[in-house]
Design a protein around this ligand. Structure first.
Ligand SMILES: *[C@@H]1O[C@H](CO)[C@@H](O)[C@H](O)[C@H]1NC(C)=O
Ligand SMILES: *[C@@H]1O[C@H](CO)[C@@H](O)[C@H](O)[C@H]1NC(C)=O
Ligand SMILES: *[C@@H]1O[C@H](CO)[C@@H](O)[C@H](O)[C@H]1NC(C)=O
Ligand SMILES: *[C@@H]1O[C@H](CO)[C@@H](O)[C@H](O)[C@H]1NC(C)=O
Ligand SMILES: *[C@@H]1O[C@H](CO)[C@@H](O)[C@H](O)[C@H]1NC(C)=O
Length: 397
């Protein structure tokens, strides 16, 4: 859009300016690994994060204890506490000191391999498929950051079954202030949301499928009427400055978010990447399926958590996210797919023009306007002087 060198100079200038502005945190965060668990080892991961704002607290649970990556949000008054009781290394009960205001959750429960015989890119009802419940994977904790300005968790899974190779990586990152993520597609994170990256690396494809692609199966839960539905919207961004070539932003909101109350949301760009080094050339499409009604299995953290709530007020749906586009030669062409989204509470953040664009626009519009205005003023002044010669005693016509 703009010559690179100018952009680089501006970027340097802005960087210098921005480091002099200390980020103020919108919420104070504290995190505890496996709170209250005595039997847990380094193979068990349930991270509890509490983010206190001025009026309320957002509690998050990032759970892998039952091998199904699960993120639960609970919104409560500032004073509320959340306690967990464990049976060995499995969380059994979640006890809030007072009724929470709202809760929603997302769990990645299955990986699907589908044969995309029509080369559409997305999974549809007719696609032959095989499912791999994530409970059939072994999870390892690769990295954990628990600071007061960031909480980050990196998990990696491989098949327990020896016939299949490859790994699934999950990164969760909470930064308690509003900014664009460092990596493409530069989603916006806030104190109310968590950034999640998923990657599917070197997964074995089935011999009997000649057009293998992979899809993620998600469960979405919220404390709304059980017969209500999650809402899908796609909107266009102002420009593609942050995600070159991608103007669309997808938002999935819980019903509460639509009825004027604060609810939960997922936000992402319909783009995935086929190489670890993300770039425009290594991008492909991410497709969202329709939502269907779903159930929670008994042996899941979601079930343990939502058991305490009135069933009529627990909405449970599922969806697929699939990756690829026609003519891209399927998953095996790169053996790599990564995708990012944010999950958060409240109004999904909107992108704004960056300072760089605002400066360019101001300069671009400002100079002509300034020239035009000074021309007009000059003319007016000149005409005024001609019509009113500086001789005080002459009458006007
Ligand atoms: C929170 O705790 C403080 C002090 O413990 C108390 O004064 C206040 O009333 C409590 N607020 C609520 C909403 O319970
Ligand atoms: C986070 O949520 C609170 C309400 O809980 C809201 O007041 C605030 O504006 C939200 N912050 C952002 C950055 O969305
Ligand atoms: C995936 O396989 C490629 C080629 O065999 C290899 O270079 C790469 O390191 C593998 N990636 C991972 C994360 O194992
Ligand atoms: C896959 O196999 C089917 C039939 O076995 C064939 O019609 C189709 O063209 C094949 N697709 C590719 C990409 O080779
Ligand atoms: C992907 O993996 C398959 C089988 O594991 C291999 O045959 C193929 O060459 C790999 N592709 C790339 C681009 O590494």
């Amino acid at each position: 859009m703009f010559p690179l060198t100018i952009k680089m100079h501006f970027s340097t200038l802005l960087f210098v300016l921005s480091i002099s502005v200390v980020y103020s945190q919108d919420r104070k965060i504290t995190s505890i690994l496996n709170p209250g668990c005595h039997a847990c080892t380094s193979y068990d991961t349930l991270l509890y994060i509490r983010a206190d704002g001025s009026h309320d607290s957002v509690h998050q649970l990032w759970d892998f204890t039952q091998r199904v990556p699960t993120v639960i949000f609970v919104i409560s008054n500032l004073n509320s506490t959340l306690n967990i009781t464990w049976q060995s290394e499995v969380p059994k009960r979640f006890i809030m000191s007072e009724e929470p205001k709202y809760s929603f959750a997302i769990a990645l429960d299955k990986l699907y391999e589908y044969n995309d015989t029509e080369d559409n890119g997305y999974i549809n009802d007719d696609s032959p498929r095989r499912q791999f419940p994530l409970s059939g994977f072994a999870w390892m904790r690769n990295d954990l950051v628990q600071a007061d300005n960031e909480v980050k968790l990196l998990m990696q899974a491989h098949f327990l079954n020896d016939h299949r190779k490859g790994t699934i990586g999950v990164k969760l990152d909470l930064l308690p202030f509003k900014d664009y993520a460092v990596d493409l597609p530069h989603l916006i994170h806030t104190a109310n949301s968590t950034l999640i990256d998923i990657n599917l690396v070197n997964l074995t494809c089935s011999d009997d499928y000649n057009a293998s692609r992979f899809a993620l199966h998600y469960l979405l839960v919220s404390t709304d009427k059980s017969n209500d539905t999650m809402n899908y919207t796609e909107r266009k961004s102002l420009d593609d400055e942050h995600t070159p070539g991608v103007f669309e932003i997808v938002e999935i909101r819980t019903p509460a978010a639509l009825n004027g109350r604060a609810g939960g949301f997922l936000q992402f760009r319909p783009v995935a990447y086929t190489q670890p080094l993300r770039g425009v050339a290594a991008s492909t499409n991410a497709h969202v399926s329709n939502f269907d009604r779903a159930e929670l299995r008994d042996d899941t953290t979601l079930k343990a958590f939502y058991r305490n709530f009135d069933r009529n007020y627990v909405l449970i749906q599922d969806m697929f996210i699939s990756f690829g586009g026609s003519g891209d030669e399927y998953y095996k062409h790169y053996n790599y797919t990564s995708w990012s989204y944010t999950v958060g509470y409240g109004e999904p953040p909107k992108e704004s023009f960056s300072l760089f664009v605002i400066m360019i626009i101001s300069i671009g519009l400002g100079i002509p306007v300034f020239l035009a205005l000074s021309g007009i003023i000059y003319l007016i002044v000149r005409r005024y002087k001609q019509r009113n010669p500086p001789t005080r005693f002459l009458d006007d016509e």
